[in-house]
Design a protein around this ligand. Sequence first.
Ligand SMILES: Cc1cc2nc3c(=O)[nH]c(=O)nc-3n(C[C@H](O)[C@H](O)[C@H](O)COP(=O)(O)O)c2cc1C
Length: 417
Amino acid sequence: MKRVDDFRLRLGKHELVPIMIGGMGVDISTADLALEAARLGGVGHISDAMINTVSDRRYETKHVKEKLALYKFNVLNEDKSPVKFDLGRVAEATKLHVEATMNRKQGSGMVFINCMEKLTMNAPRETLKVRMSSALDAGIDGITLAAGLHLGSFGLIEDHPRFRDAKLGIIVSSVRALQLFLKKSARTSRLPDYIVVEGPLAGGHLGFGMDWAQYDLATIVAEVMQYLKDEQLDIPVIPAGGIFTGTDAAQFLEAGAAAVQVATRFTVADECGLPSAAKQEYFKASEDDIEVNQISPTGYPMRMIKSSPGIGDGIRPNCEAYGYLLDANGKCAYISAYNREVAAHPGARKVKVLDKTCLCTHMRNFEIWTCGQLTWRLKDTTRRLVDGSYQVPSAAHIFQDYQFSTDQQIALPPELA
Ligand SMILES: Cc1cc2nc3c(=O)[nH]c(=O)nc-3n(C[C@H](O)[C@H](O)[C@H](O)COP(=O)(O)O)c2cc1C
């Protein structure tokens, strides 16, 4: 049986270790995490989710405070349509994050940025165009189009000087989604450089309905590869979702995949952006503690740990400060759910909102613990310390475990001195 290191991912003239760490917003896949993947010869992702907020936290800008000051008059208003993003600020924040990351890049690998279409930001086309163009301006190696069909996304950047040289990929969960994307992007005469096929066991939002358990990654990957063969398209296919060991990964590579995209194993890495206490919750989680629910206002099912503090919380919508999920008409499903509860409980100091969550606020504060289905296995990937907590491994340790392990083995991190 071969191991991951027996294979290489070819993207144009680049040859890479076929391990891609998936994008995890909001700054869960940090620059430090992505840079480790690149240093070790693979591909890492940063994310542009809530980029103005991330910029404030990382680079001491004041975008959130100043946006809130500008729209403070609207805080008690149910209509959020006036709350717009300043495109110049979105560009500035994106450039800061991408440049700061790329300036530190070492090694032969690459750093991509994960751009989710569902972050509609009260002006979907305009904001997505600025997000992608600024990342390209700032020297990102590639863009992975995520959380959406992205039927018009190539068109938004086709005039950018780097449109044909940067690596551009798309995440799909079915052949149908891929077909639609290729059809609608054909006008730009540019194919994606890679296709991530994300199955139902992934973390974050799912490209499936609540019947996700009826789907299987290997089957979808085989369908996508067959379709590409029939169409005589030579595009690397990268499976994602539930690939937990080097052996799982090598099996996909032997079956013709070009690389694998993984994330859950890295949620507990030292370089991962989750707070230490949240990492311990990921380690501790049992299979029963993980659920797929519909509380994300995006309309996509999302997987998370049931004890996430953000579930059921009824805070006032924070769109004047954030507002990343406002659709083209300034609406978000959480606002309606919140207003319904407030109307049903007149005089209550605080309401509970069970069916939707204020995802911006809670992702920003790491209070929705989104995770992959196999999170419950993380406890078997490390050591238990004397105080009962779990040892946090380095990203390099996890990366190399994927790269070199065989026989379904998982190497434990070196014992702490
Ligand atoms: C904590 C977490 C956050 C994620 N956030 C995003 C995201 O913002 N955008 C995205 O496209 N995928 C996101 N994902 C999906 C991963 O990028 C990846 O494709 C998937 O989780 C791989 O499966 P695995 O976690 O079983 O290895 C997230 C996954 C996790 C675990």
